[in-house]
Design a protein around this ligand. Structure first.
Ligand code: PLP
Length: 426
């Protein structure tokens, strides 16, 4: 049965039904490095990709497969690849399309770690990242040339929390043969970027998908909706013979398996060569989180709207940043989210930086941590932590002002959340 509702997909979507050997309903943890071949013919067919199956857990694993197929179903994609972290996922998204000398265009409004990867580390590979403000979707087109391999954005980037114009940017890219890759970490369930025209979606599963704050992981979902072959030279990694696979041309080689050239190439080349797989135990943990994700997201989002209203009416608060309070064009973009506005929220105290730091230290229930998307409520001061490796100019571009406090609202009872904020503000 093909399910369409997120609540059902989260529990029943993907490849796992019951374990064929023991009948386990919960997805078993296949804690094994390697898998017994049936015979030499089977082994060589697997290596030649004539048959899909398990070889070695750096490249594939049945527990990871259960997570991958379920998250792919949830996002409306055709296939997915689980990785060791969200950072590995965003790195692979770009490396899968770019060679030295190529470039990508990225939104300025992205996670600080992604910014560092794009602005500094990718340079070591000869890949240039051009940053543009997504307030003007046309900026993506203006910054592109014939070596531009993809555009990159975040659905609900903190600290600005301005929803990315996915439909507008994706449509422009499709006219030029440039795929849009979206980091949808902060907007699971309430946004489906592939339906809006994005070609690829990634998540740091560390955040809302896990929700329990126990494991680091990432996942890339192939929308199967971008015609890589039609844009020939734009995508050499997918359309030219690959010397590392007997000259296979990925868009041709995987055609019988479906529109999965992008994700198969990521698995068979990047994961094979660079590593960074998700551990089976972590895949199991993320499946536990995923199963209640739609329900948690409802409560997260409901609580966040209440906190935004409360803070907006507080005499010590200068400014509250949450999509539910957006005005003008930002409000129009926020309205593209379905069923909520996310659970990240920012605010500034009238008394400035020192008051912001003191507020965080006075919190009793909120944890002071470098994380978001946990079921527990969390708080941090981005300028001195998550965004501290950025220059002051880069921080300003990303929307990190010195007094900004970031909250990730959890699923506790709203009365307890508000009581903790109240006492810390007092
Ligand atoms: N994308 C976003 C939006 C994030 O917030 C983070 C981490 O905070 C990442 C990617 C990187 O994920 P990870 O920490 O799992 O590597």
């Amino acid at each position: 049965m093909a399910y369409t509702k997120p609540e059902t997909i989260a529990l029943h979507g993907g490849s796992h039904r019951a374990d064929p050997t023991a009948g386990s309903v919960a997805v078993p943890i296949h804690q094994t490095t390697s898998f017994q071949f049936q015979d030499t013919g089977h082994a060589s067919r697997l290596f030649a990709l004539q048959e899909l199956g398990n070889i070695y857990s750096r490249i594939m694993n049945p527990t990871c497969d259960a997570l991958e197929t379920r998250v792919a179903a949830l996002e409306g994609g055709v296939a997915a690849l689980a990785l060791g972290s969200g950072q590995a996922a965003s790195t692979f998204c770009v490396l899968n399309l770019c060679e030295a000398g190529d470039n990508i265009v990225s939104s300025t409004n992205i996670y600080g770690g992604t910014w560092n990867l794009f602005a500094n580390t990718l340079k070591q590979f000869g890949i240039e990242v051009r940053f543009v403000d997504p307030a003007d979707p046309a900026a993506f087109r203006k910054a592109s040339d014939d070596r531009t391999r993809c555009w990159y954005g975040e659905t609900l980037p903190n600290p600005k929390l301005e929803v990315f114009p996915i439909a507008e940017v994706a449509a422009m890219g499709r006219e030029m043969g440039i795929p849009l890759i979206m980091d949808n970490t902060a907007a699971p369930i309430i946004c489906k970027p592939l339906e809006l025209g994005a070609a690829v979606v990634m998540h740091s599963t560390t955040k809302w998908i896990g929700g329990h704050g126990t494991s680091i992981g990432g996942i890339v979902i192939d929308g199967g909706n971008f015609d890589w072959e039609a844009w020939g030279d734009r995508f050499p990694t997918l359309n030219k013979p690959d010397p590392s696979y007997h000259g296979a041309v990925w868009t041709q080689a995987v055609k019988p398996l479906g529109p999965i050239a992008y994700i198969i190439r990521m698995r068979t080349c990047l994961l094979r060569d660079i590593g960074a797989p998700m551990a089976p135990f972590n895949a199991f943990m993320f499946i536990q989180g995923l199963e209640t994700l739609p329900l948690r997201v409802e409560r997260h989002n409901e609580n966040a709207v209440k906190v935004a209203k409360y803070l907006a009416g507080h005499p010590k608060v200068a400014k509250v940043i949450h999509p539910s309070l957006a005005t003008g064009e930002a409000a129009r973009r926020a309205a593209t989210l379905k069923g909520g506005y996310g659970s990240l929220l920012g605010f500034e105290l009238k008394a400035g930086v020192e008051a912001g730091k003191s507020f965080i230290e006075k919190l009793k229930m909120f944890y002071h941590v470098a994380n978001i998307g946990d079921a527990r409520s969390l708080a941090i001061h981005p300028a001195t932590t998550t965004h501290s490796q950025l220059s002051v100019e880069e921080q300003a571009m990303a929307g990190v002002t010195p007094g900004y406090v970031r909250l990730s609202i959890g699923i506790e009872h709203i009365d307890d959340i508000l009581a903790d904020l109240e006492q810390a503000l007092a």
